[in-house]
Design a protein around this ligand. Sequence first.
Ligand SMILES: [Zn+2]
Length: 377
Amino acid sequence: MKTSLKLFAVRGVDIRLHVTFPLILLYAALQFGLVGGMAGALFGVVAVSLLFVLVTLHELGHTFAAQHYGIEVRQIVLSPLGGVAQLSEMPDKPAQELVIAAAGPAVNFAAAAVMSAVALATSGSLPGLDGFQPWQTGFGLSSLFGYLFTTNLLLAFFNLLPAFPMDGGRILRALLALRLDYVRATNLAAGVGRAAAVALGLYGLWTGGLFLMLIAYFIFTSAGAESRYVRYRRAVQGYTVQHVYSAAAHRLEPGTTLRGATDLMLLGGQTSFPVVVDEALVGFLPHADLVRDLRARPPYTPVGELMRRDVEPVLPSEELFAVEQRMAMERLDALPVVAGGRYEGLITLNQINTLRRLVRGASPAAAPRAHSTSTVG
Ligand SMILES: [Zn+2]
């Protein structure tokens, strides 16, 4: 099921609306409508929509910076909690992470500068930071301007909180990592993030701000997640496909029947299969497809009709972590290995996790998530 709707694309990156997005517009219509009637409701919807234009610009800041370093950005998703630019990977170099993380808030500061210039030119004074009560100033254009100016700056400062997954947390980690080991820098930054979360939570408790307490809880748990993620990634660093892939994995021919493939799966425990002709990879039958076809197709169907031809094989020299990320992204539990046009073997998620247990002596954390920088707006 699609959980988001594509609006448009910028530099090859889809801007998408999460299905829950209308809730924030509804909330805005109610919040402003209760004090301002129909005019208030309309004001709320327009103001929050424009606020999300600023959120999108913020995410595009991260996006352009990431693309500058050759990092692919898969999409930007807007939800009631804000925007998220989904990066295919985080840069290894702290200086690059610093620039990517700072680029988001920088866009908001640039927007604030432009708004200030417009205000100066039209009214001769700088906009105030009291834009939160538009019902006191009427639901006109100047109220809208004040509201956007205030929330835009709030967005910038909130994202600069030194806590994961906020931009400020990443900036802090990158600054520490310029001098310290990456894992140590992350742990230190996570500690600062937890302290900031506790302070925010206590402030929320003191002022009765339930929303603030929720955010504090979210920040507190994110600190641990970031530390685990970095240790998880570090565990297989320096290992490539050739360290763990299996040359002896079962292979199918296009003429093998679905029944034959199922028998191999049940007997051998191998769940995904390369389809090979004369040492050349011609297709791939992933576990999910096999299970689906088992219900939908007759057992004598040849694998050649079922196999996927769009699964890109990996090279023996590829980094394990990158391969693992690809499997997570494409929802596969294995990938075929090819070198010089020749089929070499199969690499599975199980093998990678076994290696991780061996080198770490610990059980793996949750499967790696696609990594992202995020904004709560
Ligand atoms: Zn951001």
